[in-house]
Design a protein around this ligand. Structure first.
Ligand SMILES: Nc1ncnc2c1ncn2[C@@H]1O[C@H](COP(=O)(O)OP(=O)(O)OP(=O)(O)O)[C@@H](O)[C@H]1O
Length: 260
């Protein structure tokens, strides 16, 4: 049995961290269906890559997972509990979303990293310890600490936003295109850190991605979305990457034509 198969079998003996049950999202304004009947189980230690062309619904799906949007049909459970029964503030400490373009909200890097921990009621020494630990892990230079948003590159901002999520030590980390502004070296390094977190800390990580090679390097499971529907949901080891690349290229061409 391959390690992935073994892990998949082991999964069935535990309950999922996140369970999406026939989740749909229809726009009230024009009844356009943006997501349709999505069911997925996400377990501790899973690394799920959500792939699909522009407009397929990847970001929306992430936003539903920490209740920034509400499904119009279906339900989502976090550790067996409907997320509508959990205070949003509490839910978003356990399920943290890093949007594609993060803002530092007028704060310096040091302030933005400490902010969520202050809200969680941690004492200054523990805050400092966590910030130092994650900055070291992500190779965030101490020189950045006094900078504000305008004094960082887009890639540096993206890393700070990921660090701000990691200091919270979430159970589920949702990353929207986290490597889009990073160079190859930084991107590979980040993926290694994320993999370690999923194995050593059993963090469940969900990542949307345009670049299939990144998805292949990172994921243990792949969800391919097209026009808001699940086209494929399989173990990464069972994905035919060439066929997926071709399907994605066709979908991207189609999406581009529809936008013209
Ligand atoms: N709250 C909303 N109101 C109206 N339309 C929305 C809303 N959220 C998403 N959409 C639309 O839903 C579709 C899916 O959007 P989404 O951002 O999830 O796509 P995506 O797969 O993440 O695309 P990309 O790869 O370009 O980021 C798009 O057509 C978008 O315009």
């Amino acid at each position: 049995m391959t390690p992935e198969k073994k892990q998949d079998t082991a999964h069935h003996q535990t309950s999922p961290k996140l369970r999406l049950k026939e989740v749909s999202f229809v726009l009230p304004i024009d009844s356009r269906s943006l997501l349709e009947g999505i069911s997925i189980d996400i377990f501790s230690g899973d690394r799920l890559a959500i792939v699909g062309s522009s407009g397929a619904g990847k970001t929306l799906l992430l936003r539903l997972m920490n209740r920034l949007e509400e499904p119009t049909k279906g339900a989502i459970d976090f550790v067996g509990r409907d997320i509508r029964q959990i205070f949003p503030q509490q839910l978003r400490r356990s399920i943290v979303l890093v949007p594609q373009e993060s803002k530092l909200l007028g704060m310096t890097v040091a302030q933005t990293l400490a902010y969520p921990l202050t809200l969680m009621g941690l004492k200054p020494p523990e805050i400092q310890q966590r910030v130092d630990r994650w900055c070291a892990r992500l190779h965030i230079s101490s020189e950045w600490m006094s900078r504000n948003e305008m004094q960082l590159s887009v890639g540096q901002r993206q890393l700070v936003a990921i660090a701000r999520a990691l200091v919270m030590q979430p159970q589920v980390l949702l990353l929207d295109e986290p490597t889009s502004a990073l160079d190859r070296g930084r991107s590979n390094y980040l993926l290694e850190v994320l993999k370690e977190l999923s194995v050593a800390d059993s963090m469940a990580i969900v990542m949307t991605n345009h670049q299939l090679d990144v998805a292949r390097d990172f994921s243990s499971r792949v969800l391919y979305l097209q026009d808001g529907k699940v086209e494929q949901n399989s173990l990464a080891s069972e994905v035919n990457w060439i066929a997926l690349q071709e399907a994605l290229a066709r979908a991207e061409l189609q999406a581009a034509r529809e936008w013209d």
